[in-house]
Design a protein around this ligand. Structure first.
Ligand code: ADQ
Length: 481
């Protein structure tokens, strides 16, 4: 395998920033490892604004990784990043057409910035390089590179869900967007559910034939579409969870609750994460179980994200109101039921918080995968593990079937799951955790990137890692009954 990798994503995580809190997520670690193994370049937006776009490439080499970044001008950031990516595609891909904004300027800005990405990265791509593009920001990039003469093998991995055809057709120019994606050789999704939605679209809306191996023949080329469920850097996370920083965070949190049970939520402040519904479910639990109301604390860690977008400002206000309301109703002089924290923490401290928590509450309304669920499992003490309550609408539910799977829209259902988790006998907790841990360990981020890169090389398909949709299996009530 002598080909280099050209990784392209909206933002680039430069290794030298790794020491900063939360700066080096599992994805950055995985992609850096892939680049170290194959050699190559990670290209994307620097995150910086420039008055006028120049296309100047800032090349840096740190810890053996070469990064190349460009700055964008304010109109690009408004229309491409805050606009089409985060006000059109993100809500649509998370089934929120009520929040989806269709503005022609956003679409034009999106195409313009993708074109700018293509022009800037073009001179970096050499003969045998493999090109790996990430996420919804850059769906048309493969097609633009093809138009500029790139013949290399190119792959796209989508970190979000792929919406049902009935929702996607509400997007103006949807055919053009999907047709542009078919210029990639490999298109990867988190789960078989999103893959099936995509294949449904290309069959029903584009009249294309899907082969039994899920490949699509398009304009004389074969496009491979497949599920590659992303995982965490298991070894690194487990090691961090056993270290002194994690132990210290664990002990501080435990001491502060004085013997009460701890429920933890860790999410970017995003409407897709179901935070408002989660607060309401916890409120219902407190109301329905007055005898337990003083003995459980919800720690919700939610660093703000995308603060320039109005729907994110609204969710923030909504959560502050709900937290204030519940704390007002249930707090005592020496006790507050919800601790709501808007900041990031170093990964080792997060691991300590997870380990201290009796319940991991991961209840997104829709999520491509959700790595917090996997981190929570990896951080537990196998002898005395906590219980994962997981939304059936997270991609992670395809793999983590031994969690308590819930419908996050039903506050009664989530409230009952909280009660059940708090009362779950040790044997059952251990047994569930044992199976969950094996799944998180076996499908880690290394396996994800090796599978994707193999597919990019044109190797045979590995066995599918997840089963059919969890929504197709037993009713959620059966799972917490
Ligand atoms: P996200 O929507 O950001 O990712 P998620 O998969 O849960 O969601 O990853 C969040 C990461 O940020 C986790 O590693 C978590 O530990 C970290 N994080 C969250 N809050 C933090 C805090 N306060 N301090 C420090 N770290 C914090 C998108 C998709 C997901 C998909 C991932 C990867 O939306 O569905 O799983 O990409 O593909």
């Amino acid at each position: 395998m002598s080909s280099r990798l050209i990784v392209i994503s909206n933002r680039v995580s430069v290794p030298k920033a790794a020491g900063a809190a939360g700066a080096q997520g599992g994805l950055a670690v995985a992609l850096n490892a892939a680049l170290l193994e194959h050699g190559g370049i990670w290209f994307g937006w620097s995150g910086q604004e420039t008055e006028e776009f120049t296309g100047h490439l800032d090349m840096q080499r740190n810890d053996g990784i070469t990064t190349a970044t460009i700055d964008l001008e304010p109109q690009d950031i408004d229309e491409y990043y805050n606009g089409y990516a985060n006000r059109t595609l993100w809500p649509l891909f998370h089934y929120r057409i009520d929040l989806t904004e269709y503005d022609r300027n956003f679409g034009e800005g999106y195409e313009r910035v993708n074109e700018r990405f293509a022009d800037a990265v073009l001179p970096l791509i050499e003969g045998e390089d493999l090109v790996w593009v990430h996420d919804y920001h850059l769906l048309p990039l493969g097609s633009m590179l093809r138009q500029k003469g790139v013949k290399n093998r190119m792959g796209l991995f989508l970190h979000t869900p792929w919406p049902p055809t009935r929702l996607l057709v509400s997007l103006p120019l949807h055919e053009r967007l999907v047709a542009s994606m078919l210029e990639f050789d490999v298109i990867g999704f988190q789960t078989s559910e999103w893959l099936e939605s995509f294949l449904h679209y290309v069959q029903k809306e584009m009249g294309l034939k899907v082969n039994p191996d899920n490949s699509i023949d398009y304009q004389g080329r074969r496009v491979v579409a497949r599920a590659f469920p992303i995982g965490i850097d298991f070894d690194e996370f487990v090691e961090g969870a056993a270290g002194p920083e994690a132990r210290d965070a664990h002990d501080r949190l435990k001491q502060s609750v004085r013997g009460r049970k701890i429920l933890i939520g860790v999410d970017r402040l995003d409407y897709s994460k179901g935070l408002g519904e989660r607060m309401e479910a916890f409120g219902r639990f407190l109301a329905d179980n007055p005898e337990q109301a003083g003995s459980a604390v919800l720690l919700q860690i939610a660093p703000p994200s995308r603060g320039d977008v109005a729907s994110y400002q609204m969710i923030r206000e909504d959560l502050e109101r709900k937290t204030g309301h519940l704390n007002g109703a249930y707090a005592d002089v020496a006790f507050v039921p919800i601790r709501y924290v808007n900041r990031g923490y170093p990964r080792e401290q997060l691991a300590g918080f997870y380990r201290a928590a009796d319940i991991g509450l991961v209840t997104p309304l829709r999520d491509g995968m959700n790595l917090v669920a996997k981190e929570y499992i990896a951080a537990q003490d196998p002898e005395n593990p906590g219980v994962l309550i997981l939304s059936q609408f997270a991609g992670a539910a395809h793999q983590l079937k031994d969690a308590l799977l819930v419908n996050p829209h039903s506050i009664e259902h989530v409230s009952e799951a909280i009660k059940r988790a708090l009362e779950m006998p040790l044997d059952e907790r251990r047994e569930r955790h044992r199976k969950l841990l094996a799944s998180v360990r076996d499908h880690d981020v290394r396996r994800w990137r090796q599978d994707f890169v193999s597919a990019l090389f044109g190797d045979e398909a590995p066995p599918l890692l997840d089963d059919a949709s969890p929504e197709d299996s037993s009713e959620p009530q059966d799972q917490t009954a």
